[in-house]
Design a protein around this ligand. Structure first.
Ligand SMILES: [Zn+2]
Length: 253
């Protein structure tokens, strides 16, 4: 009941802000040395659990980064030129706060966008992106496509707005043991989606054909397990995940 009252009192946009400030407030209780978040550059004795099927020590108590965000941030810092590029144009779809707070400080044309205005400063529908062809130098679209009903259209749109020479970094939750994507139009209820796809709001569970699905939209794709660039000790300290959510699909055209 308290949850319902809270939901009625505050808009989703406000609740997102409250969550962020609440996390910042409680994070000192987690301070320690065992885990390190490379997004906010703080150390903790533990991370928070996360997921519909809970993962231990997954989320940074301060900035909210997840395993995949930490891998993505390492990749962006080490392998892309966006931190030194002169005013890059960046599209960040469904922006994770932990990465948003880093990218918004760049001298860049930074467009953070979501179909729901509660979650970003710009409304962006990735099946109909309101930008010209070849516009963005960098696109970040992490853990979005599994939620989009018309995925093929979204991939084509992402490819359309990417500049030649630019890079789209696309990530998704994957079934590493399946060669094909599991997608069944009869799986619609949140309970069934959770049971079959592992998350209550996914439209599909990508298999190892995810690269093919991106290439079908016009991209040239390189699949990168960036966790392998770090030692086992670093993987454990940074909590870089098990690979199901952290593979990077580096897409160019
Ligand atoms: Zn953090």
């Amino acid at each position: 009941m308290i949850k319902r009252i809270y939901k009625n009192l505050f808009s989703e946009k406000l609740r997102v802000k409250i969550r962020i400030y609440f996390n910042i407030l409680i994070s000192p209780f987690y301070s320690g040395q065992q885990f390190y978040c490379n997004c906010c550059q703080k150390s903790f004795r533990k991370f928070l659990p996360k997921g519909n099927i809970e993962r231990e020590n997954a989320q940074c108590p301060y900035c909210g980064s997840l395993e995949r965000t930490r891998v993505l941030t390492l990749y962006l810092r080490n392998e892309t030129g966006i931190f030194t590029m002169k005013r890059p144009k960046i599209l960040h779809v469904a922006p994770e706060y932990s990465l948003f707070r880093i990218l918004k400080k760049l001298d860049a044309e930074y467009v953070d966008g979501d179909i729901d205005p509660a979650y970003a400063r710009n409304v962006v529908d990735i099946t109909d992106i309101h930008f010209p062809d070849n516009y963005f130098d960098l696109i970040i679209c992490s853990h979005v496509l599994g939620h989009v009903p018309d995925e093929a259209k979204a991939v084509k749109e992402l490819c359309r707005v990417l500049s030649p020479g630019g890079e789209a970094i696309i990530m998704s939750v994957l079934d590493l043991d399946s060669s094909v994507t599991l997608e069944d139009s009869k799986i619609v209820s949140p309970e069934d989606r959770l049971a079959r796809y592992g998350e209550f709001d996914l439209c599909r569970l990508h298999g190892m054909d995810f690269q093919d699905r991106l290439e079908a939209g016009g991209f040239n794709v390189k699949t990168i397990d960036y966790r392998t660039h770090f030692t086992a000790a670093e993987n454990a300290q940074f909590r870089l995940g098990d690979g199901k959510r952290e593979l990077i699909f580096s897409c160019r055209k």
